[in-house]
Design a protein around this ligand. Sequence first.
Ligand code: ADP
Ligand code: ADP
Ligand code: ZN
Length: 212
Amino acid sequence: MKLILFGPPGAGKGTQAKLLIEKLKLPHISTGDILRSEVKNNTGLGKQAKGFMDAGKLVPDALVTEMVRKRMQEPDLKNGFILDGYPRTEAQAKALDDILKGGIDKAIYLSTSERVVVQRLTGRRVCPKCGTNYHLTNMPPKKDMLCDKCQVGLFQRPDDNEATVKNRLSVYLKECSAVLDFYKKQGKLEDVSGDLDSGEVFKIISEKILAL
Ligand code: ADP
Ligand code: ADP
Ligand code: ZN
């Protein structure tokens, strides 16, 4: 199954992807995670991407698409994947169809209000080891700011500050309707409210949309 999770920053794409991979046993591909690791390792791609990411802007389509094209060639994806954070523009959606030949199976859209998004992003904390997302009040870890699984200290992403969050939201709003229309026309768009609590969102995705 080839699934896409789409929605504004903070909608809960990463959180739902982590829940879905346990159930579906499919690899999770997050373009944001791959880009952050390229930046951390100071690779050529990382150096090119960093400025855009720090400003809350999109990394140019050509760079991200090349990265996705390479990832899609790896053998672990033969039964499908859960893709989170890509495509973000119509050009990326077209490029993905081109890479995959038969296209994707479903694009799950987590429609989420701006108020919720800002609250979630400013309170988000991330495990540097396994990438699990926590939240200061919505989903705190069991022990003081340590990942439940890895027992290492959580950190705040540098782009989760208020100014960059606003920028990311406006970038998202500018591009999102074209991506939604693209999948709506293909009859592959599934709409879920991302404002609901994560258990409810997961239940709707797994029972209503995927019939698992
Ligand atoms: P969030 O879901 O919180 O917005 P991501 O982790 O998906 O964050 O992405 C973080 C940053 O990485 C984005 O703000 C953007 O700069 C870059 N990025 C990730 N995916 C893409 C993409 N498909 N196209 C362009 N830039 C991307
Ligand atoms: P995205 O990948 O779409 O940017 P995340 O999955 O990282 O979003 O979620 C953003 C923040 O909101 C995280 O701190 C996460 O713990 C929290 N969160 C995710 N889903 C929900 C939800 N349904 N209700 C409340 N908080 C949530
Ligand atoms: Zn962890």
